[in-house]
Ligand binder design. Structure first.
Ligand code: UDP
Ligand code: MG
Length: 318
């Protein structure tokens, strides 16, 4: 096996408008770094010409390898497949839409030279919609409070992982993969720098509001059990409030005798309690659902075609 210093892992979903341009830019930059490299593309079940383009790129250049999924399995699955494919001493994860500028790669590699196992390029929020940046900022603040691991705003998947860090990521068996959390969880010496946000070169973002919301909930649930504790606390608080109110009524009856009204209070209590119970059940359900999913032990993606030798894939999976 030829030695390879750097693997670039690129998940692609319907990126036929930019993939050529991305590839040309990337290769030019990589060649200036004078390191041996490979580029691992993962086509996440694109419905456009992405797969054909990747096939052509791989045929034209032995440093290019690709894997194509049988359908869209999501970016997390695509990144995982890419990491499994990679053979380099260091792996850089990048988006195909040029939002992760290839021009930053030399800087990332230089930081790796200083001994860091994870080098994170975090973007500032310039150019983001107002609503999106407000919501994200708030979300990361809540996450910061709730989670036992650190997740920083703007830190995406644009990062370098050393081989030991990659192996650590691959050693995590969970099916519900929340990469931001995983990267933080594995630890290692990490350094980050900020770059100016760029917008997508072409095509459209695959992250609508709904997808982002689901992703947000995944993040909260995957890495801690605090929502469950929150449910317990809410229950206890309500119970104490009910006890206090009962006491209040008892004293009232002792002092003034029985008075009948109280219909509104009763209704409010019933409705409020019902709401809390449903919410709590929902939280429990989120966890149970995940347990169910994990116990199925399904593979996280199905490969339709690849130029990677089956033997290597097996080794990596084993
Ligand atoms: N992507 C993917 N599978 C998906 C959605 C996205 O592999 O289901 C890839 C996409 O091709 C791109 C990267 O993940 O290379 C980031 O996606 P996008 O640019 O849509 O996200 P955003 O930059 O808006 O967060
Ligand atoms: Mg993008």
């Amino acid at each position: 096996m030829t030695e390879c210093q750097v693997s670039i892992v690129v998940p692609c979903f319907n990126e036929d408008e930019v993939i050529e341009r991305f590839h040309q830019t990337l290769v030019v930059v990589l060649e200036t770094t004078r390191r041996s490299f490979e580029v691992c593309y993962v086509d996440d079940g694109s419905r456009d010409a992405t797969r054909e383009q990747l096939r052509a790129l791989a045929a034209a250049d032995p440093r290019v390898r690709y894997t194509s999924f049988s359908r869209n399995f999501g970016k997390e699955a695509a990144m995982l497949a890419g990491l499994r494919m990679s053979r380099g001493d260091a792996v850089i994860l990048m988006d195909a839409d040029l939002q992760h500028p290839p021009s930053l790669v030399p800087r990332i590699l230089e930081l790796r030279q200083h001994g860091y196992d994870q080098v994170v390029a975090r973007r500032d929020r310039s150019g983001d919609g107002v609503l999106r940046s407000v919501v994200s900022t708030a979300y990361y603040r809540v996450m910061g409070r709730c989670m036992d691991i650190d997740i920083t705003d703007g830190e995406g998947d644009f990062r370098l992982l050393s081989r030991p860090a990659v192996e650590a990521v691959l050693a995590l068996p969970e099916a519900n993969r929340f990469s931001k959390g995983i990267f933080s969880w594995i630890g290692f010496d990490t350094v980050s720098f900020t770059y100016h946000n760029v917008s997508r070169a072409a095509g459209t973002s695959k992250w609508g509001g709904r997808r982002l919301l689901n992703y947000g909930i995944d993040g909260l649930i995957s890495f801690n059990s605090r929502p469950l504790r929150l449910a317990v606390y809410t229950g206890l608080t309500l119970f104490s409030a009910a006890l206090a109110y009962a006491l209040w009524i008892v004293i009232g009856v002792a002092l003034h005798g029985v008075r009948v009204p109280g219909f509104a209070t009763l209704l409010t209590a019933v409705v409020a309690l019902g709401g809390v119970q449903l919410a709590t059940l929902g939280i429990i359900g989120e966890y149970v659902g995940r347990i169910y999913f994990e116990t199925k032990h399904r593979p996280l993606y199905v490969v339709r075609e690849t130029d990677v030798s089956v033997r290597q894939e097996r080794q990596n999976i084993a």
